[in-house]
Write a protein that binds this ligand. Structure first.
Ligand SMILES: Nc1nc2c(ncn2[C@@H]2O[C@H](COP(=O)(O)OP(=O)(O)OP(=O)(O)O)[C@@H](O)[C@H]2O)c(=O)[nH]1
Ligand SMILES: C[S@@+](CC[C@H](N)C(=O)[O-])C[C@H]1O[C@@H](n2cnc3c(N)ncnc32)[C@H](O)[C@@H]1O
Ligand code: SF4
Ligand code: SF4
Length: 328
């Protein structure tokens, strides 16, 4: 088991999109009241006094949509400035990125992962649940702005849904040719929209790799990252193609991460709800951070047993929190 040094921090459970695969269909999600979000100061305190001393040094901000969190730029600055931060990144749908990219860069953020499920604006809008004006141009503009500002590596995340966007895999992979963009294909996971998962299923990464291999060839690749992607490269492309294959390969034995929700629950596994602890309530009740550190250390010791294969141990039926509430 590798060292657990990667913390994914969800800053807000709300989102300006409602992607088919992420939110339950017809979702009437109960959003957290704002006062239950970890404040900027509480988050900083937990990082400095609990997580960093336990060896966490790589941080990812996510959501919901992290760019709708008020004060996002200040939160980025706080974390970027902490001496214990080795790598800081953000996962976003990029809808608000063109306005924020420069400020985020100035605050110390250097890389972003962006969801882009389709190059076809009509399909894109169907996936993200748009009504009225198309959302695609603004997202594309956000990606271009991030590129211009200098974020690198710049990764694009595609959740592949059979019959929805799987026919675009070659076009999306071709985005890696001219620019140093890193396109990652994610196998649809059974969290978020269960009925869509049952209806559509998922495409295994090897099938996608075969398609790419037959068209252009495929060699080993490399890009900075702490997540589960297997990285390849189309010969002579500037960027890479990555595959996140929870369903076909299961990468739990190399899991190096935990998740902190917007309301301060620490979750040892995305797909298994065992062992979560409520750090925010304890912090607000005055429990010393030395004690919280002891509790987190205990959970770190239990983490290898809390994984996708053992998910029945922590979940009865539907997950208590869905993908947008956990942050992916
Ligand atoms: N099952 C599972 N899926 C994960 C895990 N980590 C990331 N993913 C999936 O991969 C998606 C993309 O992750 P990103 O938010 O882009 O971050 P990442 O790939 O971990 O980050 P870097 O490799 O550091 O760039 C997530 O939304 C999940 O769908 C994990 O621990 N378990
Ligand atoms: C929950 S979103 C949060 C960050 C941001 N809103 C975004 O979309 O990038 C993080 C990631 O989770 C992925 N995701 C959501 N639901 C998923 C599912 N059921 N299976 C696989 N990936 C999923 C999204 O594609 C996205 O890359
Ligand atoms: S994938 Fe991201 S953008 Fe889409 S609904 Fe989920 S949280 Fe929002
Ligand atoms: S499913 Fe859980 S244990 Fe497996 S890689 Fe994801 S977070 Fe880690």
């Amino acid at each position: 088991m590798p060292a657990i040094d990667y913390l994914r921090i969800s800053l807000v459970d709300r989102c300006n999109f409602q992607c088919q695969y992420c939110m339950p269909e017809g979702a009437d999600l109960q959003y957290l009241p704002q006062q239950s979000w970890l404040s900027r100061a509480e988050l900083r305190q937990l990082l400095e006094e609990v997580f960093m001393p336990l060896g966490f040094s790589n941080f990812r901000l996510t959501g919901g949509e992290p760019l709708v969190r008020p004060g996002i730029v200040d939160i980025v600055r706080d974390i970027a400035e902490l001496p214990g931060t080795k790598d800081l990144s953000l996962t976003t749908n990029a809808f608000l990125l063109s306005d924020l990219a420069q400020n985020l860069w100035d605050a110390g953020l250097r890389r972003v992962n962006i969801s882009l499920d389709s190059l076809d604006p009509v399909i894109f809008d169907q996936i993200v649940g748009g009504r009225g004006k198309s959302r695609w141009p603004q997202v594309w503009d956000g990606i271009q702005t991030a590129h211009r500002v200098g974020f690198s590596p710049l990764k694009l995340n595609v959740v592949v849904i059979p019959g929805v966007n799987d026919h675009e895999v070659l076009d999306l992979a071709a985005l890696t040719f001219d620019r140093e963009w890193h396109v990652r294909f994610i196998e649809f996971m059974p969290i978020g929209n269960d009925s869509l998962f049952e209806a559509k299923g998922w495409v295994d990464s090897e099938t996608l790799r075969d398609r790419i291999r037959q068209r252009w060839g495929l060699t080993a690749g490399d890009v900075l990252g702490h997540g589960p992607a297997d990285v390849f490269q189309i010969p002579s492309a500037r960027g890479t193609v990555g595959f996140i294959s929870q369903m076909s390969e299961c990468f739990c034995d190399r899991c190096n991460r935990m998740r902190l929700s917007a309301d301060g629950w620490l979750r040892p596994c995305l797909l298994n709800e065992t062992g979560q602890i409520d750090l925010r309530t304890s912090l607000r009740e005055g429990v010393p951070t030395t004690e919280l550190k002891r509790q987190v250390a205990e959970l770190l010791a239990d983490k290898p047993e809390i994984n996708y294969k053992m998910r029945q141990s922590g979940t009865s039926g539907a997950y208590g929190r869905t993908m947008s509430q956990i942050g992916g």
